[in-house]
Ligand binder design. Structure first.
Ligand code: GSH
Length: 79
């Protein structure tokens, strides 16, 4: 997927800028904006785990449909 990187300098408190808080309300990086989100509307996603799940679901890759394999990928089970 093509993407643009927008550095946020937390050493300069840029994570508290209103423009960034509109994307990531917990003032944490990483965060993404998908201009073509569900319903073709833009969506902001924050928290790295949520971002990875969002991108996996959008791409149709990495997250198996099978429940056992899916939870193994999420790293939240004992086999
Ligand atoms: N649970 C978050 C943690 C992210 C996080 O802690 N990011 C740090 C940098 S590594 C941050 O943005 N700190 C800025 C702050 O706390 O103001 C995730 O997984 O995305």
């Amino acid at each position: 997927m093509p993407y643009d990187v927008h550095p946020v300098n937390i050493g300069k408190n840029e994570q508290f800028a209103p423009e960034f808080l509109a994307i990531s309300p917990n003032n944490r990086i990483p965060a993404i904006v998908d201009p073509a989100g569900p319903g073709e509307a833009p969506i902001s996603v924050f928290e790295s785990g949520a971002i990875l799940i969002y991108l996996a679901e959008k791409s149709g890759k990495f997250l198996p449909a099978d429940a056992r394999k899916r939870i193994q990928v999420l790293g939240a089970c004992r086999t």
